[in-house]
Write a protein that binds this ligand. Structure first.
Ligand code: S3P
Length: 424
């Protein structure tokens, strides 16, 4: 089976298309609601965005420094990444835009993005309480290049600063003490910007020279490891399974879950490791496995930040305790994922505990009882994780809402049914 294209790269493909002068072609784009909202925002800022076929798109941009004032509010739906990256773009250009989205997006903290943008000269014209959406941002026509240390490991903060820095005269530097996903840096280089990355301990120092002429480049989007995570864990916990997941991106800043599952005893074999579209990819053969509990260090969090809900599900089937350390960032995702995972585990009668920022799941080495109804709080990963649990728990699992699965994995039901899952 082949899960859809990577969400992080798909958002960025549209944005780099907007910021390059001429025609960017994209293949394998994730056509999920989140990414389509980013495409709409690119249109509103002046790009021509056209669908050529399944996953195939063309974007004709105006180039760095040449955006239009959008007429209407930019609606990002459920998408934290789309909205935050685009705040970086707007913040570094002399345009004004209002950012908004659904009830989940309206709860998410945006000060972490607005703070560095203010240092670069952007003005926050209006914001809801606590620095939340709807937010009206007046970008800086001549943004100041800054040196910024990200206060938390976040590719979204790093990317917003770099995207604003594209239109700054001089060098913008971002320092992160723990490395987060590096898709923005890689795409900056791919589109012809001058960008350097120095490794500093566990972190990185990224320096970008502003005002480049970005050249349109073809983008091939690899399979999203965060979506592949669901069929992978499904195969591990459903007895007798033996599947191949094709073309999974194996960027080391995204493979924390695979590493953890292998430590737990998962049978995951890498077949045909190769490079596609500038990323390492591989086919993964996954067979049902007896898992054991492990300790997941906090330092691994940035490389598997979106995979903790599905890891919690795998842990519920494992023998012994799995301790996931340092999960504070989970509280500010599409939902408070720490609370939502704990509530889901409780609904499935899985013994667990939250201490500080750590989640401990006590697996019994056999399927949990299941049978509960899980509140998803507009969070696609909570929805998919507990549906996967229901494949192998004693009783099936139910969720209160499945519509938001389309934000990241519109073909989830169909692909899981093709592997033998049954939904009602
Ligand atoms: C993303 C970064 C992560 C991740 C999100 C996608 C990105 O957020 O949770 O789903 O594409 O840059 P943070 O960087 O804020 O942790």
């Amino acid at each position: 089976m082949r899960p859809p294209g990577d969400k992080s790269i798909s958002h960025r493909a549209f944005i780099f298309g907007l910021l390059s002068r001429g025609e960017t072609t994209i293949e394998g784009l994730l056509e999920g609601d989140d990414v389509l909202h980013t495409g709409e925002a690119c249109r509103a800022l002046g790009a021509r965005v056209e669908r050529l076929g399944e996953g195939r798109w063309r974007v004709e941009g105006l180039g760095v420094g040449a955006l239009l004032d959008p007429r209407d509010t930019l609606d990002f739906g459920n998408a934290g990444t789309g909205s935050r990256l685009m705040m970086g773009v707007v913040g570094g250009h002399g345009v004004q835009a209002t950012f908004d989205g659904d009830a989940s997006l309206r709860k998410r903290p945006m000060r972490r993005i607005l703070d560095p943008l203010r240092l670069m000269g952007a003005q926050v014209v209006a914001e809801a309480e606590g620095g939340r959406c709807p937010i009206t941002l007046r970008g800086a026509a001549d943004p100041a290049p800054i040196l910024y240390r990200t206060p938390v490991a976040s590719a979204q903060i790093k990317s917003a600063v770099l995207l604003a820095g594209l239109n700054a005269r001089g060098r913008t530097t971002v320092i992160e003490t723990e490395a987060s996903r590096d898709h923005t840096e890689k795409m900056l280089a791919h589109f012809g910007a001058e960008v350097s990355v120095e490794i500093e301990g566990d972190g990185r120092k990224i320096t970008l020279t502003g005002r480049p002429e970005l050249r349109p480049r073809p983008v091939v989007v690899p399979v999203d490891p965060s979506s592949a995570a669901f069929p992978i864990v499904a195969a591990l916990i459903a007895p007798g399974s033996d599947i191949i997941v094709e073309g999974v991106m194996m960027n080391p800043l995204r493979t924390g879950l695979i590493k953890t599952l292998i430590e737990m005893g998962a049978s995951i074999e890498t077949l045909d490791a190769r490079r596609e579209g500038g990323e390492d990819v591989a086919d993964l053969r996954v067979r049902a496995s007896a898992l054991k509990g492990v300790n997941v260090p906090a330092s691994r969090a940035p490389s598997m930040i979106d995979e903790y809900p599905i890891l919690a599900v795998a842990s519920a089937f494992a023998q012994g305790e799995t301790r996931m350390n340092g999960l504070h960032e989970l509280r500010v995702k599409e939902s408070d994922r720490l609370a939502a995972v704990a509530a889901g585990l409780a609904a499935a009668h899985v013994e667990h505990e939250i201490t500080g920022d750590d989640l401990i799941v006590a697996g019994k080495g056999r399927p949990p009882a299941g049978g509960g109804l899980v509140a998803t709080h507009l969070d696609h990963r909570i929805a998919m994780s507990f549906l996967v649990m229901g494949l192998a728990s004693e009783k099936p699992m139910a969720i209160d809402d499945a519509t938001m699965i389309a934000t990241s994995f519109p073909s989830f039901r169909q692909l899981m049914e093709s592997l033998g899952a049954r939904f009602a």
